[in-house]
Design a protein around this ligand. Structure first.
Ligand SMILES: Nc1ncnc2c1ncn2[C@@H]1O[C@H](COP(=O)(O)OP(=O)(O)OP(=O)(O)O)[C@@H](O)[C@H]1O
Length: 690
């Protein structure tokens, strides 16, 4: 400081390299290098003041340049963020089918719901942040006082220098210390709020996805959904934390120092108001464009992820067909598109920052003269200039952070919108929500009454047409028919994966739509299909999936019933054997028996077997069939069968063709009819499948 003032007095700083470099750089440069020591610009301002006082016609608008530039950027940034948050009207309204060309709306109300539980911490953080900002108002003013004391000492050379500056210097040090504490406090608090909000969001999104009905998953790719859970929340979390910590700090510092600037020179500060509307308008246009680009880029990333997800998830099929190269090409093409979009986004953000610089430089030209006039008319003292400069330096530093934050915030808001979209999505078939649980024990009678149905993804294609069928209690009913005739669809409707377009399904005389879905799926219906999917955990955990509260003994009992106990105990780790992803370390027959045990452990009244043995070889089929015969005793059973030999003992066989029941009866009755069923039997015998 002493050195600076000496230099000022001697005028040597006018020739310093700092001064020269400040003259030759734009405000944009200053924004991004605002960490430079303020001394150079202090000297520059001082020199300007001296020149103005001597009525030199040299540039005098640097003061305004320091002030107006950052102020304008602040306004533009703030406005852009608001615009980003609101999102345009051209967003895709089809919330079930996100499309790369547009995105969902950012819902502030949803964000508020996540922030609300953290409100106390947030309020404390905001209070601390504002405390720090208020102190920021004083720092430049006190610095100005200190400069005035030092300047006076240098001019008059009276008294003890240390004693002269001790008071203001100690005040300043205390202020710095308190401000540091407040800043640390609010950053810690805000960072915690951010982490907790993101964690809550992740849990809620996962729960919301799990709540969706099957039709939702028909329409959305798993890879894209997983991307929302991972990449989008990650992006949103980063933005949230940055905005609430760095952004809020920068904003409060800017506001605090802006007040300082106003206190120092209302005239200089007031001039900014004139230029704001133009910058705000331009910023809004660019912001809207960048937001759309950001959405496209993020959607494209999730498309690429879903390609990789599909290839890796079906890696055996990919390898069996030697399609690695093709999958790589597909993935590379999607990644390249995403890369191009992100490059464009980066360019857009760079253009935005570049344009800000150009705009600010233009403003500087206009303000040089106004600033010079103020200085030459002695409306500002040297101390004021010092204070003004320090305040404007802080504003610059803060605005530099805000301008860097801008790109992140645009991405964060897009990600947030994509996450929120699924949070508020209500499934048409609800898992919970007031459904009945009959108090009497079920007989297990099921009536399909005049069911018509089209899949939501193919509304024009009617799969079932006025389909009616009764499953008598404790009896076995088989549905057979040509491929694509709608057999599996019947089981999906019974499980309420979908609701019929028209008609009713009754369970013990009760419309299943009125029943508690968790109870229906969890306790009433046991489902075993052709390709059972196991989870990558132990055999024990996989069987227990059917009844989480089951004891080890219950698990083993179910495994015995399913003919699985023998092979499980032959493994070195027994029931603790980990089965690999989707159960890849088990054979088809073993997987099927674990799946049967998983279904049996809940002791369901109704058992649905959708081609449960059709993928097995003869020996596996025999063991599995034995388990199934045991499992079906005393239950209402619906069998979807390809191999007609497995259903000849069924109490009723129903032949489905083109969504309609065309024949029904026992095996012998249908054979004697000589209709479609006997045709199917004949064809299977001819092909050696029966
Ligand atoms: N999730 C779905 N979305 C749209 N259409 C579907 C869906 N699942 C099946 N379909 C269509 O519904 C029709 C009936 O399919 P379903 O699986 O019920 O037939 P299936 O009789 O069980 O056939 P298969 O014996 O070959 O298994 C088919 O035309 C099929 O393409």
């Amino acid at each position: 400081m002493m050195l600076l003032l000496r230099s000022l007095t001697s005028g040597s700083l006018c020739r310093s390299s700092w001064t020269r470099s400040c003259w030759t750089h734009s405000p944009g440069w200053m924004l991004h290098r605002s960490s430079r020591p303020p001394g150079g610009t202090v000297a520059q301002i001082w020199t300007l003041a001296q020149r103005a006082a001597r009525q030199q016609p040299r540039p005098s608008g640097l003061v305004l340049r320091q002030l107006l530039g950052p102020m304008a950027v602040l306004s533009v940034s703030a406005r852009l963020l608001c615009r980003s948050a609101r999102c345009d009207a051209d967003v895709n309204n089809n919330s079930r089918q996100p499309h790369a060309a547009a995105g969902p709306d950012f819902n502030w109300h949803v964000l508020w719901e996540f922030v609300k539980p953290q409100l106390l911490a947030l309020v404390c953080a905001v209070v601390l942040a504002f405390g720090a900002a208020v102190l920021n108002i004083h720092i430049p003013l006190m610095l100005g006082d200190l400069v005035n004391v030092v300047a006076r000492y240098l001019r008059e050379h009276t008294g003890n220098y240390v004693q002269e500056i001790r008071g203001p210097a100690l005040k300043l040090l205390t202020l710095y210390g308190v401000q540091g504490l407040l800043t640390t406090g609010y950053i810690i608090l805000l960072s915690r709020v951010g982490e907790r909000v993101a964690a809550d969001m992740r849990k809620t999104l996962f729960s919301s996805l799990l709540r969706q009905d099957v039709a939702f998953f028909d329409a959305n790719k798993t890879g894209q959904l997983v991307n929302r859970l991972t990449a989008d929340i990650q992006e949103f979390k980063s933005s949230f934390k940055l905005v609430v910590s760095q952004g809020l700090r920068s904003l409060t510092q800017t506001v605090g120092c802006f007040v300082s600037l106003y206190l120092i020179s209302p005239k200089l500060t007031g001039l900014t108001v004139v230029v704001l509307p133009c910058l705000v308008g331009a910023g809004a246009v660019i912001g809207s464009f960048l937001r759309k680009l950001s959405r496209l880029a993020q959607e494209q990333v999730s498309i690429a992820t879903s390609v990789a997800d599909e290839a890796l998830g079906n890696v055996r099929t990919v390898k069996a067909f030697a399609m690695e190269e093709r999958e790589l090409q597909l993935y590379s093409a999607e990644v390249q598109k995403s890369c191009d979009l992100n490059e464009n986004l980066g360019t857009g953000i760079a253009v935005f920052q570049g344009l800000s610089n150009v705009a600010l430089n233009c403003i500087v030209l206009g303000t040089i003269f106004a600033g010079g006039t103020l200085i030459s008319s002695n409306e500002m003292s040297p101390g004021d200039l010092m204070s003004f400069l320090v305040a404007s330096q802080t504003v610059q530093r803060s605005l530099a952070s805000i301008s860097i934050l801008f790109g992140q915030v645009v991405r964060g808001i897009s990600s947030g919108a994509r996450v929120f979209e699924y949070l508020s999505l209500e499934p048409s078939i609800r898992l919970a929500g007031g459904g009945r649980i009959p108090y009497h024990s079920l007989t297990g009678r099921v009536d399909f009454m005049n069911i018509s149905f089209s899949y939501p993804t193919r509304p024009g294609h009617e799969v079932l047409k006025r389909f009616s069928l009764t499953l008598p209690p404790g009896k076995t009913v088989a549905i057979v028919g040509e491929s694509g005739g709608g057999k599996s669809t019947v089981t999906s409707l019974l499980e309420r994966f979908y609701d019929p377009t028209s008609g009713v399904i009754m369970l013990d005389g009760l419309d299943i739509r009125t029943l508690d879905l968790c109870w229906l799926r969890g306790q009433v219906i046991g489902f075993i299909n052709q390709e059972p999917v196991l989870f990558a955990s132990s055999v024990m955990e996989n069987i227990r999936f059917g009844k989480p509260e089951a004891s080890d003994a219950e698990v083993m009992e179910a495994a015995k019933q399913a003919n699985a106990h023998g092979f499980i105990t032959s493994f070195p780790d027994g029931y603790h054997t980990v089965v690999g992803e989707r159960g890849v370390t088990l054979s088809g027959g073993q997987k099927q028996r674990v799946a049967i045990a998983r279904a049996l452990i809940k002791n369901p009244s109704i058992l649905v077997l959708d081609e449960a043995t059709s993928a097995l070889d003869a020996e596996s089929e025999r063991v599995v069939q034995e388990a199934l015969d045991r499992a079906t005793r005393g239950r209402t059973v619906l069998i979807i069968a390809h191999r007609l030999s497995t259903i000849q003992g069924a109490d009723l066989i129903c032949v489905l063709s083109n969504g309609r029941v065309v024949e029904a009866g026992t095996h012998l009755e249908l054979l004697s009819k000589g209709g479609l069923y006997s045709d199917l039997i004949r064809r299977q015998r001819a092909s050696g499948h029966s």
